[in-house]
Write a protein that binds this ligand. Structure first.
Ligand code: XIL
Length: 368
């Protein structure tokens, strides 16, 4: 996971806080990469401890910010576009495409030897004008659907490490699949199978994912998600990976994440912990002191990492966090008191970062 020319970091089994800081200082003193890091980031590099791709989401404008770009190049080996590879950015009202920002992200990934993950092709939450206008023209709708997927996947063919083809298909309570423009026009299961097949034709080499959230907190949703995966595989959809967004709250009971990641691993397909963050303001029990909620948050990050490390190596697709610094988090845009990520607004590593490093080091040691 280290870029060419980087000194390998030898993770030890049990890292004390002092050990982590000392290690970071030593790195800062001698590594060629460390010398070019902003002073605000003395933390150990996550990607050097992870024995699988470690990712983060990003927006194109973040790449121009040296502090954010520095955190990314130091800590991650994979990026996901937070929103600029969705229809809302790439598909214009007149049916044309815009690829400038996705192209910048692809170029950044290539320049820094990172993988780029494509997110997301078909998502119920997207309601593009061109498709809305075609709701009463089934043939035209289907043609445009295929054209969109073919154009987007084809453009990044060979440049992405995978795509989220279907995002958030299951209803929040897990009772059924969502009902929306895509399912109404092309069929509940058929629109998904079709998207996977068209994407496969456009990039035969890219792993194709389904992705969803609240799988760890709503058991019925996890069940429905697993049933959907079975149905898609049975219908011949070239589905080759399973995403678990892992947007969770700090009050999630211990064990839920581990059970969920293990359950998704039972399909034998690659698993992507695809968007992890841990809200401390959405959690119940807001009277609990903030420090306790932050400790719980760090534990949840560690639990997810441990469960992910427990998957067979070939199933560890990537572990992605939904942003680097709290200041850029979508949750903080909603509630400025939230702090769901591994780094604070100044780019300083939080307890969650230390917990992740420790969990990675311990898992590596346990696995020899
Ligand atoms: C969110 C982004 O973070 C926001 O910036 C955007 O406005 C809305 O989408 N699940 C997903 C992601 O699959 O695409 C969502 O990202 C977060 C929830």
């Amino acid at each position: 996971m280290t870029a060419a020319g980087d000194p390998p970091v030898e993770p030890s089994g049990s890292l004390s806080r002092r050990g982590i800081v000392a290690g970071a200082l030593a790195l800062a003193a001698c590594g060629p990469r460390a010398n070019s890091q902003p002073a605000a980031d003395p933390a150990l590099a996550l990607k050097d401890f992870a024995f699988f791709p470690f990712g983060a989401c990003v927006q194109a404008s973040h790449l121009e910010d040296p502090a954010i770009a520095g955190l990314l190049t130091r800590h991650v080996s994979q990026i996901t576009a937070e929103w600029e590879m969705k229809m809302e950015y790439m598909l214009l009202d007149n049916g044309g495409f815009r690829f400038d920002r996705p192209d910048r992200m692809a170029a950044f990934a290539q320049a820094h030897a990172m993988r780029l993950f494509g997110h997301a092709l078909i998502w119920y939450a997207q309601k593009p004008v061109v498709f809305l206008e075609m709701a009463s023209n089934p043939a035209g709708f289907a043609k445009s659907y295929d054209r969109y997927i073919t154009a987007v996947v084809g453009r990044y063919r060979g440049r992405v490490c995978g795509w989220d083809v279907i995002n958030e298909a299951v209803k929040d309570d897990g009772s059924a699949l969502r009902d929306h423009m895509w399912s109404q026009s092309l069929g509940e299961l058929d629109h998904m199978t079709r998207a996977f097949k068209v994407a496969r034709a456009a990039d035969p080499g890219a792993p194709l994912f389904i992705n969803d959230y609240n799988l760890e907190s709503v058991p019925a949703k996890l069940d429905q998600y697993q049933r959907l995966i079975e149905r898609l595989l049975k219908a011949g959809a070239p589905l080759s990976g399973i995403g678990c967004q892992t947007h969770c709250n700090a009050d999630l009971p211990a064990g839920a994440l581990a059970r969920t990641i293990a359950a998704l691993g039972r399909f034998g397909l690659p698993v992507h912990v695809s968007e992890m963050d841990v809200s401390i303001t959405r959690a119940r029990g807001l009277l609990t002191p903030r420090a306790e909620r932050e400790t719980a948050q760090a534990r949840l990050y560690a639990e997810a990492i441990e469960a992910f490390c427990d998957l067979p190596a070939r199933q560890r697709f990537a572990f992605t966090v939904w942003g680097m610094r709290d200041s850029e988090s979508w949750l903080v845009r909603e509630n400025r008191n939230d702090a769901p990520l591994l780094f604070d607004g100044q780019g300083r590593a939080k307890a969650g970062h230390e917990a992740v490093i420790k969990a990675l080091a311990a898992s590596r040691k346990a696995q020899g």
